[in-house]
Design a protein around this ligand. Structure first.
Ligand code: ZN
Ligand code: ZN
Length: 407
């Protein structure tokens, strides 16, 4: 029976492809719109292909129309050879249309081939999942960054909806970075935990929900002391050749991804990777051209407990002017970014809350540690971080450093 089902299914695919081909030919000849019973193409399909009256007529017409365009030739060939089901072809065509304006010159055939392969292998879902990778590889410079920066604006957590039975429902929308951070933290916490050899019978969703609450509870109670190690297990892998960057953030790093946790391999845009790698609690793994590990986080990149204590004491909280986020919620930013070979040293560090850390990186702002004269003695007193809020001041700092360095 299994073999027979396979054969019937293959036959169905061939029939689907033939239906599209016939509809395409009919549209080409102008048949639906002519004669006394002129109809739209969709109506015509429903009239003459009764099985589509339950749904699917529009999809057939759309795919047929798409196949009339020369750009979609590879998709048509895949369908007619029986490799690609019509339903998946519709998704490939839609995705290709969405990607087309974002692609670098000459990249389209590769992208179309990639979409077709993914759709053949993994269906429509695979086709949608490959989008960030295609944009990183074949998109115009900076396109993935633009897309992910836009995605950040949609980040949202709804108010709880309570149906009166004591159950609250939330809606959470995250960008790729948020998703990577959350999944890296939830992964180990939401794994099934058997009790005395008894299987963990909680559903996956239940385990994840409970893990999220546990995560928040831990974050709240850990506010008092300094954690001895990194605060999340987020590991960012960075491709060495791409780590070098030019000043405007175009080119340079094309593909950074996070690995670890459940969500292995979320592709992150370059500036996001640089900012994440800058925080001294995230571990960047630098990869060589063949994907070999060159550097596990530049030897001692994570701050020691003693360094963190000094930093907390010195800055007290986020150092951005006017911000009052306490130290335990702040990232340790490298004043000379990690990606620009900044050292992990309290003299090169400043606490920043998540929001201001993003601002400092996206506006490329420079900060420095200054020593205020002690009002009593006039000698050196307390140290503090001073920010230059001029757009691009960090790039000026880099230029000055480059000029000072012996060639
Ligand atoms: Zn930073
Ligand atoms: Zn802040």
């Amino acid at each position: 029976m299994a073999e027979l089902l396979g054969e019937v299914d293959a036959l169905g695919s061939v029939c689907d492809a033939a239906r599209v081909a016939v509809v395409g030919e009919a549209i080409d000849r102008g048949e639906p719109g002519s004669g006394v019973r002129a109809m739209t193409a969709v109506q015509w399909v429903r009239e003459h292909a009764p099985s589509t009256r339950a749904g699917g007529a529009r999809a057939v017409v759309e795919v047929a129309a798409a196949f009339a365009k020369p750009v979609n030739e590879p998709v048509r060939v895949a369908v007619e050879s029986g490799r690609l089901p019509v339903r998946s072809a519709a998704v490939v065509v839609t995705e290709a249309d969405r990607l087309r304006p974002l692609l670098a010159e000459g990249a389209e055939p590769h992208v179309l081939a990639g979409l077709v392969d993914m759709a053949v292998e993994h269906g429509p879902r695979g086709c949608r999942m490959v989008r960030p990778a295609l944009l990183a590889r074949y998109g115009r410079d900076g396109q993935l960054q633009v897309e992910q920066d836009v995605a950040r604006r949609f980040v949202a957590l709804s108010q709880p909806a309570d149906d009166g039975s004591g159950i609250s429902e939330y809606r959470l929308v995250l960008d790729p970075e948020g998703r990577a951070v959350l999944e890296a933290a939830l992964g180990p916490l939401s794994a099934p935990r058997p009790v005395e050899g008894m299987r963990d019978l909680r559903s996956c969703d239940q385990r994840r929900g409970e893990a999220l609450v546990e995560l928040v509870r831990r974050a709240v109670v850990s506010g008092q002391g300094v954690g001895p190690v990194a605060k999340t297990q987020l590991v960012v892998s960075v491709d060495w050749a791409a780590l070098g960057r030019d000043v405007r953030g175009v080119g340079g790093l094309r593909a950074g991804s996070t690995v670890g946790g459940v969500d292995a391999g979320t592709l992150l845009a370059p500036e996001t990777v640089r900012r994440l790698a800058c925080d001294a609690s995230v571990l960047p793994v630098v990869l060589g051209s063949a994907g070999e590990v060159l550097d596990q986080g530049r030897a001692v990149r994570l701050f020691t407990t003693a360094q963190t204590r000094r930093l907390w004491l010195r800055d007290g909280g986020c150092t951005f002017p006017g911000c009052s986020v306490p130290a335990q919620w702040a990232d340790a930013h490298h004043l000379v970014h990690w990606a620009d070979f900044g050292v992990t040293d309290v003299g090169n560090a400043a606490l920043l809350c998540g929001r201001h850390h993003t601002v400092v990186h996206s506006r490329r702002l420079a900060g420095r540690v200054v020593t205020d004269p002690d009002p009593g003695t006039g000698q050196g007193g307390g140290e503090r971080v001073q920010w230059d809020l001029t757009l691009g001041s960090y790039d000026q700092l880099l230029a000055r450093r480059a000029a000072q360095e012996p060639a």
